[in-house]
Design a protein. Structure first.
Length: 53
């Protein structure tokens, strides 16, 4: 299982939409995902090392 991080400027709208798209794409492709987290770019910079993608 992989851990995915998606980020946008503010961590609200766009990253949430990306999270939903990634969830659907992974499900369609049969990729097992343990966590998909969405956040702002500033949070993502420090959190990125905890995620695979």
């Amino acid at each position: 299982m992989i851990k995915v991080l998606v980020a946008c400027a503010n961590g609200a709208g766009t990253s949430l939409m990306m999270k939903m798209r990634v969830e659907k794409a992974c499900k369609d492709l049969g990729v097992e995902v343990s966590t998909i987290h969405h956040c702002s770019l500033s949070e993502g910079k420090s959190a990125a090392t905890q995620y695979d993608v």
